[in-house]
Design a binder for this molecule. Structure first.
Ligand code: SAM
Length: 270
């Protein structure tokens, strides 16, 4: 499982045209933004990009890619023409999109961590003849896209970052809603809270004894793993996330648990 290399994700990435509405809006490609005003969360993710994929595979015992794939399959069931992988990190969700979406589907992947984006871009380039995914460096609290631009938006284990003790939570949710066309589909994977108490206790113990200390033996920033473990253990239950989505103006919010509630796939409509 722990190969020491980044998992390239799904093979067979096809090239795609750039979206003029994105590139023509003053969005900055990775490698050009100022870093002087980096937020604490941004600095944290900047520091873990090398170890991020390996930790995901190890700490989820190999489940994370299967969960991502299921999430993307759900999003693609309605054959969206333009999709956003928000907070794309090292690009695993975007790579599943590139593999599974129809050839005419435009894929945009955004993150505010340049090192994460560079890792994602390198993975995409290794996998196919050209970049099918358009990578954008940007902030979820101020998305560089017009209103109603996307048919679908997904996030892989990043909704928590936008909403857990985040003072900009409302702005992020408003932006997420704004860039989806009315009726557009939001589908994301996130850690959750098992409903069955013994299982929940076991999962919390795992966070405390294993995930919290993973920085020490998997490499990377120890504080980052403490934050990840803490935020996952403290995070909202799936029904609470559904309430949050409804309060933010999303329609038909719902979820299905994965592995007894260790994670969940959430969906809602703008
Ligand atoms: C837990 S990682 C998830 C990465 C990826 N989606 C996956 O499936 O593994 C969270 C990502 O969200 C990004 N992120 C967090 N807050 C953000 C924000 N406000 N704007 C843009 N990216 C953000 C981080 O840089 C990081 O790459």
């Amino acid at each position: 499982m722990a190969t020491g290399r980044e998992d390239p994700g799904p093979p067979g990435v096809r090239p795609a045209e750039k979206d003029p509405a994105v590139t023509g809006m003053g969005t900055r490609p990775a490698g050009t933004a100022s870093r002087s005003s980096a937020l604490p969360l941004q600095r944290m993710f900047d520091s873990v990009h090398r170890y991020y994929d390996r930790s995901n595979r190890v700490l989820t015992l190999g489940c994370d890619q299967r969960w991502r794939r299921r999430c993307i399959e759900q999003l693609l069931a309605e054959r969206p023409r333009r999709v956003l992988d928000l907070c794309c990190g090292t690009g695993d969700m975007a790579l599943w999109l590139a593999r599974l979406a129809a050839a005419d589907c435009r894929i945009v992947a955004l993150d505010f961590s340049r090192p994460m984006l560079e890792t994602a871009r390198a993975k995409a380039e290794r996998l196919g003849p050209g970049p099918r995914i358009e990578f954008v460096e940007g902030d979820a609290a101020a998305l560089p896209f017009p209103a109603a631009h996307f048919d679908g938006v997904t996030l892989g284990f990043a909704f928590r970052n936008l909403t857990y003790h985040n003072p900009r939570r409302e702005r992020c949710l408003a932006e997420l809603h704004r860039v989806l066309r009315p009726g557009g589909h939001l589908v994301f994977a996130e850690t959750s809270q098992p409903a069955w108490r013994p299982w929940r206790a076991a999962v919390h113990l795992y966070h405390r004894l294993v995930v919290r200390h993973a920085g020490a033996w998997l490499g990377g920033n120890r504080d980052a793993y403490r934050y990840l473990a803490q935020s996952a253990a403290d995070y909202l239950s799936a029904p609470q996330v559904v309430e949050l989505l409804a309060a933010a103006g999303f329609r038909e919010p719902g979820y299905r648990h994965l592995l007894g509630g260790v994670a969940a796939i959430f969906s809602a409509r703008a």
